[in-house]
Write a protein that binds this ligand. Structure first.
Ligand code: GAL
Length: 481
């Protein structure tokens, strides 16, 4: 029990429990104060107990971040990059596959590009805990044991991730961690894992949990924090997988370093635009140490075209989602690797100075703020340590010219001009003065730009304000009417 929750009330309860109840009644049985003892004391007691109950109830409905997390032991300041087994393999995993994946991460230069985690998803364990109550790795799939595997992963210079669930079972009905949080966190740490993805299936009955999703994740967050304090090791990175339920983006930062914002991704354009649309409304929630998780990448999978895969990757990266590769690496094409390792996009994703996401400044096809799963917002911008980032997304099924005025973005200064760097063609595209047009953006394609301040714009441009609203000369002449 954490300080600040029920336990703190124990000292208040104890005196009443020990003395207050029995002592005055017995002592006063034959005294003049008998009446007072019978009527007033119980009433007072009832009020006090009522108050305590209220406080207790009040307190348990609060969810606090683990108190053992301090500025010194925080992990995953930047969104995690790595591999996750689910999209490519589902339950069809074993130690050879994980090891081969880890080796490919190195030989395909993915590790050099920043992909440092190899994360095992659902289906790695036996269906039942062992006699001691511990989760055990599947003896056929992982005959060498998890510790041997994580040692090998670490020897490659990579980190290792594991998976569990905040309910009775995982989504594929392997053991979950509910009521075993401390035991399982320790197991995962002893196995050598650095990271835990924590799912949201097999929810126990309400009369057992007396909790909501937040409370079930708080249990594991506390276990991880306590274990870190006890072991002196960094806490497991907690990747919360509650699919956007209960608006995780409003509270999950207390407990973990990322939280899923949406349902499971599929390898098609409809799924990409749907996730993008939903996430466009809470980009503000992402910053250092806590990230909206838009789900495992589908780059290299299904019917996604080259342009669509680029758009998908660009959006996930610039919105600072964890980037977890989810494709079959032995057969990954050059195009797939090229997309996944674009150094200029990754530099923004891993910016150590600016942790925030890009956000829409104009929706485009739709009026601003319209939610549309087929046509999400098209014009986005955000800060980076090296300049202002722009993402233009053509959600149409045909090529389109995409035009914007620079000052539509809040990160652009009026009266300045900007050099334009294209983060996909890796070329300088001249100097933008007031406006920019990307010509013939392919269907479902993306343009990603980095604009850097290049000094004052040329003298004498007309009108005197790029943003005309209430534009006025010093002598009071208005220019917007
Ligand atoms: C889902 C989760 C997926 C995957 C799967 C495993 O709930 O969103 O990413 O982990 O469970 O069963």
């Amino acid at each position: 029990m954490k300080p600040g929750t029920l336990d703190v009330k124990t000292p208040i309860l104890a005196p009443y429990g020990a003395r207050g109840l029995g002592y005055p009644l017995a002592h006063n049985a034959r005294s003049k104060r008998n009446w007072a003892s019978i009527v007033i004391l119980p009433s007072a007691l009832a009020i006090i107990l009522g108050y305590i109950t209220f406080i207790a109830h009040h307190d348990t409905s609060h969810h606090d971040a683990p108190t053992t997390v301090t500025a010194d032991n925080r992990v995953a300041k930047l969104p995690v990059m790595g591999y996750n087994t689910w999209n490519a393999y589902h339950c069809d995993i074993d130690e050879d596959l994980i090891l081969e994946t880890a080796q490919l991460m190195t030989s395909l230069s993915l590790a050099d590009a920043g992909y440092t985690h190899v994360n095992i998803d659902d289906c790695y364990s036996e269906r039942r805990r062992n006699a001691d109550g511990d989760i055990v790795e599947d003896a056929t799939k992982f005959p060498s044991g998890m510790k041997v595997l994580t040692d090998k992963i670490h020897d490659l210079g990579l980190k290792a991730g594991i998976y569990s669930d905040s309910g009775w079972f995982t989504c594929q009905l392997y053991p979950g961690s509910f009521q075993n949080e401390a035991r399982d966190a320790k197991r995962f740490l002893d196995w050598g894992f650095d990271y835990l993805k924590y799912d949201n299936c097999a929810v126990p009955f309400d009369n057992i949990t007396r909790e909501n999703i937040m409370g079930r994740y708080e249990r594991m967050a506390n276990a991880i924090a306590d274990l870190s304090q006890l072991s002196g090791k960094p806490p497991l990175i907690l990747s919360m997988c509650q699919w956007g339920r209960e608006q995780g983006w409003t509270w999950a930062r207390r407990y973990g370093q990322s939280w899923r914002t949406t349902d499971d991704i599929d390898p098609n354009w409809q799924s990409i635009t749907k996730i993008l649309n939903q996430n466009s409304f809470f980009t503000w929630a992402t910053d250092f140490y806590g990230h909206n998780d838009m789900d495992i990448l589908e780059v290299g999978n299904g019917p996604l075209t080259y342009e669509e895969a680029k758009s998908h990757f660009t959006a996930w990266a610039l919105m600072k989602s964890p980037l977890l590769i989810g494709t079959h690496l032995p057969s990954a094409t050059e195009e797939t690797i090229e997309i996944l390792t674009n150094p200029e996009i990754i530099a923004i994703h891993q910016d150590p100075v600016v942790g925030t996401s890009i956000s829409p400044f104009r929706w485009g096809i739709n009026p601003d703020w319209v939610s549309n799963n087929t046509h999400p917002a098209q014009y986005w911008s955000g800060e980076s340590q090296n300049g202002t980032v722009f993402m233009l997304l053509n959600t149409l099924d045909e090529p389109a010219d995409m035009f914007f005025r620079l000052t539509e973005s809040p990160w652009i200064r009026a009266g300045r001009q900007y050099s334009v760097r294209d983060l996909w063609t890796h070329t300088e595209n001249g100097t933008a003065v007031r406006n920019f047009t990307a010509h013939a953006v392919p269907p479902h394609g993306v343009v990603a730009l980095l604009l850097q301040d290049a000094g004052d714009e040329p003298e004498g441009l007309w009108p005197p304000c790029a943003v005309l609203e209430w534009c006025m000369s010093a002598n009071g002449t208005r220019f917007d009417q």
